[in-house]
Structure formats: C-alpha cells, structure tokens
Design a protein around this ligand. Structure first.
Ligand code: SF4
Length: 238
C-alpha cells in the first residue's frame, strides 16, 4: 500500500486498515513496511531505552541507512552518553544528535536556573518537543519505542497512526511487546543497555528528572517525581 501523507481525507482510513493488519503481525513486518513505504523519509526517534535498542538492532538488518534521531538535551546521564557511543559504533548507526536551540546555560539565563524544577513542561518543550519538530523536517514518518505496557496512558498506543503534533505518520512497531519480551531480545542478542537499569532506574531520561525506584509498577516509573507530569510532550497530541 502506498501512503500519500498529503491526502488527508483518505489517510486516516488507510492507517486504520494498516493498524488492523499489523495488530496480529510481527514488529519486523511493520519495520519492513515502513522502510519500503517511506525510504529516506523515515526516521527512528530513540532515547536508547530498551525498546529503542531492539528497534535499532532490527532496523540495522532491514534498512541500515535509516536516520536515527536522538534528543541530546545536554542533560543526559554519562551512562546514557556512553551507551549511545557504543551502539552508534556497534550498529554503524546513521545517528543525528539533535540539540536544543539553547544551551543549558543560555536557557538558565533566559528562563531561570533549573527550569526543570520550576516548569518541567516548559523545559521539555524547549529541549525536546521543539527540537524534534525541527529535526523531523523533511521526514514523512517516524518510529517510536512506545509500548502499551509502559504506563496506563500508553495502553491504547496504535501501531501506526497519524501524529497530530508533528503532522506525520507515527509508528510504534513494538506496541504489543511486553517488558519481558524486550529484555529477552536484548539478552539473546547480547546487546548493550544502560547500566542504570541494573541500579533501580526503570526509565532513563534527563538526570534532573529521573530517579531510581525501589519497586516499579510500570517501566515509566521514576520520571518527574514530585511533579504532575508523566510525558515529556513529544508523544502528546498538540
Ligand atoms: S526531562 Fe527534565 S531536564 Fe529534560 S528536558 Fe524535560 S524537564 Fe528538562
């Protein structure tokens, strides 16, 4: 099936039909379809969390030249930067490290120190939401690492959908996978992962907003503790 992202009146029907087809299919088939349909207009967006690592491994065999976008907020853990370097080299990734328009110091000068404490939504907007919009210019579709078991808010994640924030096709090929399936894949393929997971961090984002937790209920636990916030914003409708 060819997808014309400018034909808005038929696009949603086509995506619904595809979603039904993919629901009982394999993630690899979704990745193949995305690569064949969008070619160089397809980007993987990842923060190098476990699902992203599986995505990168599979895509390195399906379409190794696919652009990989990662949001380098300037506030990532040293362990995360080390993992990015390791996977970039091992999988020969076509990686773009997307930077915010403002450095951390420029942001502090303009919006105040530790904006992540005073207004984390504004901070995420400046350091993640806007930069991803900038980076997606020229792409028609992007692959995320969303899974339905990550949080109640992600429980209805479609495998393919129209992204009303960035106005592109958005894919979540591993939406139906469980945490256990992801980790089994990583271990079977002997893939590196962020060592912070072994120190009690279920989910890993920027260091000011990420905590270890004693007993995680969901793999998104430990993010933005103390704030009424569960998503950075790139996965929310505009
Ligand atoms: S996760 Fe925290 S530090 Fe990172 S962009 Fe969002 S609010 Fe800022």
């Amino acid at each position: 099936m060819n997808i014309d992202i400018t034909a808005s009146e038929t696009l949603r029907d086509e995506l619904d039909e595809l979603n039904n087809q993919f629901e009982t299919g394999y993630a690899q088939d979704v990745l193949h379809w995305a690569s064949e349909t969008f070619g160089k207009r397809l980007a993987i967006v990842t923060s190098f969390q476990p699902t992203g690592i599986v995505t990168l491994h599979q895509m390195s065999e399906i379409a190794p030249d696919t652009t990989v976008l990662t949001l380098d907020t300037g506030l990532l853990f040293p362990e995360t930067y080390a993992l990015i370097d390791e996977l970039e080299a091992r999988l020969n990734l076509n990686l773009v490290r997307v930077k915010p328009r403002l450095t951390v110091d420029e942001q502090a000068a303009r919006h105040g120190d530790a904006l992540w404490e005073t207004s984390p939504d504004h901070c995420c907007h400046l350091r993640k939401v806007v930069p991803l919009g900038d980076a997606l210019v020229g792409y028609h579709a992007w692959i995320s690492g969303l899974r339905r078991d990550q949080s109640p808010q992600r429980a209805n994640t479609p495998i393919v959908s129209w992204d009303s924030r960035y106005h592109r096709v958005k894919l979540a090929p591993f939406a139906t996978w469980t945490e256990d399936m992801i980790w089994a894949y990583i271990h079977v393929h002997n893939l590196p992962y962020n060592e912070l997971h072994d120190r009690g961090y279920p989910s890993i984002g920027c260091f000011p907003c990420t905590s270890a937790v004693a007993q995680a209920s969901y793999s998104r636990d430990g993010r933005w503790n103390g704030h009424n916030k569960i998503e950075c914003g790139i996965h929310l409708a505009s």
